[in-house]
Every structure is written in C-alpha cells, then in structure tokens.
Write a protein that binds this ligand. Structure first.
Ligand code: IPM
Ligand code: MN
Length: 352
C-alpha cells in the first residue's frame, strides 16, 4: 500500500505523527506492509516558494493508493489560498467525488445534546464533493461600482448525481444498520426547483435498484433541527457539497467536536486515489505544545485503512480509539485531555 503523507501546517504534523504511529502498530499486528511518501506541501512551503502544489505533484499523487492529510492553513497566508490551492484542487483533480463523514459519538465523549448517548448519535454523511457551488463558476459585472452584480452558480450534472447517489445507496446497503437501512437525501427541493429536482429524480430512479433501503428525504433546514432533536433518526445521509459542508460541522459538534471528527475524500473508481483527513484545521496557536487532540487524525487513518482494502485493520483502529475515549481521556479539548498528544497516540497503540 502506497500512502502519500501531507502533514501540513500548524498542529497538522503533530497529529499526523500519532496517526502514523498507529498505522505502524496495526500494520505489524495485521501483517501488512506499506510505503510512505512524505510531502512538505502547505503554508510554510508556499511562503518560501510561492508554490502550493509543485509541478508534477498531482501525477505523483496518482501513483499512490491514498493520501493522508494532517491539516493545512497558515496564519501568514490569506484565508482560502491554501484551502483552495491544495484541498479543493486535490478533490477536483483527483475526482474525489465522495466526501464521507461519519458522525459517531464515541464512548466517554461529551456531546452538547442533553440526554443523548453513543447509541443515539451514529450516522454517516455522504457529501457530494465535486459539484454544486464549489464548481467555482461565476463572475462580476460592474465590479466596485454601486451597480455591481455578482453571480455564483451551483451546477449539478446527471452523471455527478448518479455516481454519488448510487455510491450512497451501496454504502447504506453494506452498512446494514440493524435498526433498518435508511438513506435520507438532504436538499432543498422546495426552493432549488431545477438543480435539486434533477437530484431528486435521479435519487428516485436509483432507489428502485435498492428495495431493501428506505429512500427518505429531508429539507436541509429540517435536517439541522433533527440533528439536535432526534439524531437517532439517521442512518446514512446523502447531500450536496455546500449543504454537506455546513451540516457536517454541526455533526462534528454533536459528536464531541473537531478533535474527534474525521472524513475521507474518496474516488471509488478503479485506480482512484482517495484522501483522508481530520476535519479540524491546523490550530496554529497549539503548535509544538503536544496538547492537540489526535483522535480525529487517528480516526482518519482508520478510515483510510477501511477503504483501502484493509477493513479489519480499520476496525481495530476504530475499536482502539473507542477504548481510549471510553476508559482514559478526560476531555476531547486541546490541553484538557489528561494526556499529551504523544501519550494519546501511545494509548491507542496499546489498546490495539
Ligand atoms: C471542509 C472545509 C473545506 C470545504 C474548506 C476548507 C474549503 O470546510 O473540508 O469542510 O469547504 O469543503
Ligand atoms: Mn467545512
């Protein structure tokens, strides 16, 4: 297995180090080998060279099975530059059309939702990752004048809907929730009457091929309400890029915060290169202090394994994480965990 590693900025390299430690331990336990390519891409390199992705960089990535990304974002670089130049570029160039974001409350982790526990908060968001408002289509008219007009166009293609929604149905079927297999499409069909109509029609057509999966629909605003009121309702959610961006931050909060939430940018096609990352940012103020929570980063490594042909290893990592959150950690907040970043990594390795 060939993995490209982008530790990135701020605390990114620290949490990446712990994830790689867990990878080494689980590879030994499960007797598989892997090769790492360390890439110094991120804010620091950009400030030195003016370059975000070096020439031929995308081609280099294509030679790998997967990419592990710590975090990017540098206080001396204008917001959005690295995010667009690295994260969004990789998602688009490598056609990682699925953004998979589990919302799972681990044992021992505090949720702001009163009266809800791990059995209530356990669902997965399948966010479309290459279309919608993220396509970067738009422009200005009469820029800088009082008559200025700006457009930002959301696009949805039949092919894009088809591949994303079919993957979501397949995923729901395989997840095989004992409470019942339910795929909830989250959109805004009452207002976005063209784009979300295409999505809705595609969804209904594909649903016919999966009679064992309940094909369900929620408007996005109602979905936000249910996340807080009845999160146990959800099994798998399929949603568009922009709505997925927003609702998964809410999801991250109900599962205990950015220190816990992980995600995968997946290109499921044969030979596709996928990228896994903790959802949080580079948290520059904690850099070098050994206080940042590496659980999300280790979880992202678990997802990488699960989706790169090593599901048993992925499962072991997930179980080890849950044993550490359930039995050891005092909190999921940086500096309040009761352990250092390094110690949490060690505890997960022990728990394996
Ligand atoms: C995310 C992030 C990105 C997004 C930003 C950094 C471009 O918020 O991964 O959710 O909007 O997708
Ligand atoms: Mn986001």
């Amino acid at each position: 297995m060939k993995i490209a590693v982008i530790g990135g900025d701020g605390t990114g390299p620290e949490v990446t180090r712990e994830a790689l430690k867990v990878l080494a331990a689980v590879a030994q336990d499960e007797s598989f080998t892997y090769e790492l390519t360390d890439l110094d891409w991120g804010g620091e390199r950009y400030l030195e060279t003016g370059e975000i992705i070096p020439e031929g960089g995308i081609e280099t990535l294509r030679l790998h099975d997967s990419i592990y990304l710590g975090a990017v974002g540098h206080p001396d670089v204008a917001p959005g530059v690295i995010e667009k130049g690295l994260l969004l570029t990789l998602r688009f160039q490598l056609d990682q059309y699925i953004n998979l974001r589990p919302v799972k409350l681990y044992p021992g982790v505090e949720t702001p939702l009163a009266g809800k526990g791990p059995e209530d908060i356990d669902f997965v968001v399948v966010r479309e990752n290459t279309e919608d408002l993220y396509a970067g289509i738009g422009g200005f008219l009469k820029k800088g004048t009082a008559d200025e007009v700006a457009t930002q166009t959301a696009i949805y293609s039949r092919k894009g809907c088809e591949r994303w929604l079919r993957w979501a149905f397949e995923y729901t079927q395989k997840r095989n929730n004992p409470k019942g297999k339910r795929l909830t499409l989250v959109g805004k069909t009452n207002v976005l009457t063209f784009g979300h109509d295409l999505i809705w029609r595609t969804f209904q057509e594909i649903a016919d091929d999966y009679p064992d999966v309940e094909a369900d629909y929620n408007h996005v605003d109602a979905c936000c309400m249910w996340f807080v009121k009845n999160p146990e309702y959800y099994d798998v959610i399929a949603t568009t890029n922009m709505f997925g961006d927003i609702i998964t931050d809410l999801g991250a909060m109900i599962q205990g915060g950015m220190g816990v939430a992980a995600g995968g940018n997946i290109n499921p096609d044969p030979g596709g290169t996928s990228m896994y990352e903790p959802m949080g940012g580079s948290a520059p103020k904690y850099t070098g202090q050994d206080v940042i929570n590496p659980i999300a980063a280790i979880g992202a490594m678990g997802m990488l394994l699960e989706h790169s042909g090593k599901p048993a290893a992925g499962k072991r990592v997930l179980n080890a994480i849950q044993s550490v959150t359930g039995n050891k950690m005092k909190s999921q907040s940086a500096g309040k965990m009761g352990f250092s970043t390094t110690e949490i990594g060690d505890l997960v390795c022990e728990a394996l």
